[in-house]
Design a protein around this ligand. Structure first.
Ligand code: IMP
Ligand code: MG
Length: 173
């Protein structure tokens, strides 16, 4: 198995992170922000963006998975859930990539039952063409074609997450 051509290099990634963080800092200025990262995929994007956001915030994580190798199982398992109280907070869900939208949609529904002051979604990558459930995304880094990508937190079989750039993943036949 090989990793294919680079799609986004570290410079492009960091510029986009800064751009998103600036918008978020502005939009949430004066508000109680709870940033929630969806692990494992979002770990790298999450740690970059929270460092670039220039307003005070609290943070937490959801550990969820819906993926078996490169195919979606459609079923979302939650291994760790948010422990922060949300009733007085504006929640921003931060994910690596939205594909079918199934994972984020389920996590979103769960969070809404806990009545946060507001709930918005930020994703670094968006494979819009593959969407199966309609879910509005408030902050999108890049829209990408429906190819499987790895790196910058994204995996194939739990590998390649540590690559500092994003690459199209090609399986060698
Ligand atoms: P969804 O539920 O189909 O939207 O998939 C959501 C999750 O699947 C993402 O948060 C990723 O962790 C994973 N995923 C979707 N597409 C890719 C990809 O191209 N590479 C690596 N992981 C992916
Ligand atoms: Mg993810």
């Amino acid at each position: 198995m090989i990793v294919g051509k680079p799609l986004l290099n570290t410079r492009q990634i960091q510029a986009k992170v800064k751009e998103l963080a600036d918008r978020i800092s502005k939009d949430y200025s004066g508000k109680e922000l709870l940033a929630v990262g969806i692990l494992k995929g979002a770990f790298m994007f999450f740690s970059d963006i929270v460092r670039a956001i220039e307003i005070p915030l609290t943070l937490d994580f959801v550990v969820a998975s819906s993926y078996m190798k490169a195919e979606t199982s459609g079923e979302v398992k939650i291994y760790y859930d948010i422990r922060e109280d949300m009733s007085d907070k504006h929640v921003l869900l931060i994910d690596d990539i939205v594909d079918t939208g199934i994972t984020l949609n389920q996590i979103k529904e769960r969070i809404l039952t806990k009545c946060p002051k507001s709930l918005r979604i930020c994703t670094f990558l968006d494979k819009k063409e593959r969407r199966e459930v309609e879910i509005p995304i408030d902050y999108v880094g890049f829209e990408i074609p429906s190819e499987y990508v790895v790196g910058y937190g994204l995996d194939y079989d739990n590998k390649f997450r540590n690559l500092p750039y994003i690459s199209v993943f090609k399986k060698k036949m």
